[in-house]
Write a protein that binds this ligand. Structure first.
Ligand code: FAD
Length: 314
């Protein structure tokens, strides 16, 4: 199918984008990488009369680590972010999750900010933004505001953004000393949306200071999910893990997994039943927690290395 008739605008500055958004309101739509919007237009699930193509606009392609913040401009592709060494060193969970976003060809065009704006519960990056405690910076002709994911995500495929608002960047906090982070998921085929995915940040008392051989102890754990919650809900699991030495992680696995399975509310579809998704989420969470407990650095799996793919899901 083809989209309904529409006019394409190609603004060159952020100010021009904001002006167009203000003039066209609900009849205008931003297009960035087009990897989610073009199928929607072609199937006529949306019929904006004005498409505002932001890809030629200056000032939206920043990608830098400033202090303990990773700043990702609206035009930064998934692939550029995935391959950025400074980002990976500041917080390896971004590259770890991005490796599971579609195929390289789609990651080359699709933007991480576009994915956050699209708010698909099957998307990895809205959840990673929530798990890391990140936020988006938003502008319109009316002014600027910052939104955490709790405010941004109001439902599946739904945000609180007004029709005249542009997300200029997403900001992901870096890991703090003693933290490890990772992501894993299982999809029916590599590159498909995951049947279930889990991201975790594990905090320990290992702050990099010489510990005279003493073993690090877990101080906190939080987890977020892909394809099994409607919006990026994060569960805090400190009560099940605090005080456990890293080498004793197997003693808390059952409690962590059962808390997670009680927290999520997956739906069933032609790809997997709700029960299977719940089971799978528990399996992935258990393996990810074990992996993080064994890692010596901040986390992240080796390139392309997913335990789920190596070991299977059952
Ligand atoms: C075959 C296929 C498989 C895929 N698999 C996955 C997957 O496994 N995981 C995953 O997460 N994604 C997947 N995607 C989607 C992909 O990640 C998209 O790139 C992403 O969801 C949207 O980014 P985009 O730049 O293409 O946005 P677009 O498609 O251009 O826009 C998406 C939406 O966001 C809005 N938008 C875009 N930028 C902004 C902005 N700066 N401010 C405000 N609103 C904005 C648009 O108006 C539109 O509503 C897949 C896509 C395809 C085609």
């Amino acid at each position: 199918m083809k989209p309904s008739p529409l006019r394409i605008h190609r603004p060159k500055t952020i100010e021009e984008i904001l002006e167009l958004l203000s003039v066209h309101g609900t009849s205008g739509k931003i297009i960035a990488g087009g990897q989610s919007l073009v199928p929607v237009l072609n199937m006529r699930l949306a019929a904006p009369r004005n498409l505002i193509d932001i890809t030629s606009a200056a000032g939206l392609d920043e990608l830098e680590v400033v202090g303990d913040e990773i700043r990702v401009g609206a035009l930064v592709s998934h692939r550029r972010l995935e391959r950025d060494p400074a980002t990976t060193s500041a917080n390896p969970i971004l590259a770890d999750a991005l490796r599971h976003v579609a195929h390289p060809a789609i990651r080359n065009r699709g933007t991480t900010v576009g994915s956050i704006a699209h708010a698909d519960p099957n998307g990895e990056m809205p959840m990673i933004l929530a798990l890391t405690g990140g936020w988006v910076e938003v502008r319109s002709v009316r002014g600027a505001r910052s939104l955490t994911t709790e405010s941004l995500n109001v439902g599946p495929l739904e945000t609180c953004l007004e029709p005249d608002e542009l997300i200029t960047s997403a900001v992901f906090p870096a890991l703090r000393p003693g933290q490890r982070a990772g992501f894993d998921e299982l999809a029916r085929r590599s590159g498909d949306y995951g049947l279930a995915g889990v991201g975790m940040i594990l905090s320990t008392d290992d702050n990099g200071v010489d510990r005279a051989g003493a073993e690090a102890t877990i101080t906190g754990l939080k987890a977020g999910f892909v394809s099994v919650t409607d919006i990026p809900d994060i569960i805090e699991l400190d009560e099940f893990v605090a005080g456990t030495p890293l080498s004793q992680v197997s003693t808390i696995l059952d409690d962590v997994i059962s808390a997670i399975k009680g927290f999520i509310d997956p739906g069933g579809d032609i790809h997997a039943s709700a029960d299977y998704r719940r089971h799978l989420t528990g399996v992935i969470a258990g393996r990810l927690l074990k992996r993080l407990s064994r890692q010596r650095d901040g986390g992240g799996s080796p390139a392309g290395g997913s335990e789920m793919r190596q070991e299977g899901a059952r």
